[in-house]
Design a protein around this ligand. Sequence first.
Ligand SMILES: [Zn+2]
Length: 346
Amino acid sequence: MSLQSFITGLPKAELHVHHVGSASPRIVSELAARHPDAGVPSDLDGLKQFFTFRDFAHFIEVYLAVVGLIRTPEDIRLLTYEVAREMAEGQNLRYAELTCTPYTSVLAGIAIEGYTEAIEDARVAAERDFGLVLRWIYDIPGESGIPAADATLEYALRHRTDALVGFGLGGPETGVPRAQFREHFDRARAAGLHSVPHAGETTGPETIWESLRLLGAERIGHGVSAARDPELLAHLAETGVVLEVCPTSNIATRAVDRIEDHPLRTFVDAGVAVTINSDDPPMFATTLSQDYEVAADLLGLDEAGVADLARAAVAASYAPDDVKARIGAEIDAYAAADRRVPGDTP
Ligand SMILES: [Zn+2]
C-alpha cells in the first residue's frame, strides 16, 4: 500500500476546519440551485473553475459567495450534512470539531434557534449515516469586534447544545487586539468551553502569548509565528498547549512563503504537540488526507509516523472518552493490519 492510500484509509480526527469553508463545489452547486438569484453558477464545471485557488483575495471572494448562499436553516442543515459526508466518505474522518460562525448566519437572517436546530439535526444524521462524530466550536469573527463577540457568547451560553465544546476567535489578527475579548473567553471558559483561538497565523508570537495569557488558550489555531520565539516554543512544550497546524492553508494565505519553509519540523523538534488540519479545504484545494501527506513529507514520516499524527489529533480533541478510545483502537487496528501486508510499501 502506498503512503497516500494508507493516509486515505487511516481513521482520522480533525480539529481545525471551518464549517462554511468546507463547502465543496458539489455542495455549493446544490446551494446555488436553491438560490438562483445569487448569481453563483450551479454547474459543477463552472464552480470548479470558480473555486480554483488564485490568491487570498479570491479566496475571500469565494468564501463570501458561499456565505451569500446560506440563508435558511435548511441551507445550514444541507451544508453540514454534506460536509460530514465528504469527511467520512473517501477520507475516513471519524471525528471532527467543526468551527462554526453563527454570527454570520444570524446576520444573514437565520434565527439562532433555527441555526442550532439545523446543525444538531445534521450532526445526529451524520453520526447515524456516516459514523462520523461531530462537535462544534463557535468562533468570534474578530473583524466584527465586540458586537460579534457579545452575540457569539450569547449563542454559546444561552443556546448551547451539548455538542458545543469550544470557543474560538478567527478572522484577521492585525488590528484586532486579543485583550478586547478577554471577558468573553473568561465567561465561555467558566461555562466549561475550551479556549481555541486562532493566533500567530499572520502576526508575530506576541499574539500567541496574548492568547495564552488573556484568553486562556488550550489549543492555538495555526501558531505559525511561534517558530520565531524559542521561549514560546519551550512554554508550549512544557504546558502541552497544542498547535493546530494547517500546512496547505498557510501556503495559500502566504502565512508561510514556501512549503519547505514551513515550521512544522521546528515545532516537533521543540517538543510542541501538533495536529494536522485542513482549515478551509476545498477553498485551498486540499483535503485532510492531502495535508497529512504534506506533513509526512515535511517530517519524513512513514506509516507508523502518520498513524501517530492521527493519534495526536484524537488525544488533543474534546471528544468524549469513549469516542477517543474507539477511534484510538481503530487507528491501532488499521496500522497493525498494514504491518501484516508484506513487501508492498513504495
Ligand atoms: Zn482557521
